[in-house]
Design a protein around this ligand. Structure first.
Ligand SMILES: [Zn+2]
Length: 148
């Protein structure tokens, strides 16, 4: 009799990136992105993407009411900590996290000069609520590569 066990069950979920707590101030959240954690080799732009000389990231949030929030542009050099996640500034209180890592990692692997990705926060506005947050984020990168 076959007694194998499937290694992946419904409980297997990718762990959500830790957010310290509710974030009340959108601007503060965004400006904290860069200085959030001490930089280690694996988290720097050069450590993650050796082919990249510099990178510019543009974030534009739009509320479910189609109101544009203040966007933010960030520039990264080789020694800057770089990741493509952003906590949501919407009604979910920052529990939602946008993660564009897969899209931009593959764009950089193809040495694309620019790439764009969109996401909508699916996080409930409070625990157990059927209503989703609905904040939208358009994220663009412009990449300068080292000579091959
Ligand atoms: Zn949200």
């Amino acid at each position: 009799m076959f007694r194998g066990v499937l290694p992946i069950g419904p409980r297997f979920r990718k762990k959500r990136r830790g957010v310290a707590g509710p974030n009340k101030n959108q601007k503060k959240v965004l400006s904290n992105l860069r200085a959030a954690r001490p930089t280690s080799e694996g988290e720097t732009l050069a450590g993650k993407f050796p082919a990249v000389e510099s990178l510019t990231l543009r974030l534009d949030f739009t509320t479910p009411q189609r109101q544009a929030l203040d966007g933010e542009t960030k520039a990264f050099g080789p020694s800057d900590a770089c990741d493509f996640t952003a906590p949501c500034p919407g009604r979910c209180g920052g529990y939602g996290v946008f993660d564009f890592t897969p899209a931009f990692t593959s764009a950089i692997a193809r040495r694309e000069a620019s790439a764009e990705a969109h996401g909508t926060c699916q996080q409930p506005i409070f625990a157990g609520s059927p209503e989703g947050c609905g904040m939208q984020l358009a994220c663009r990168i412009a990449v300068v590569y080292r000579p091959e």
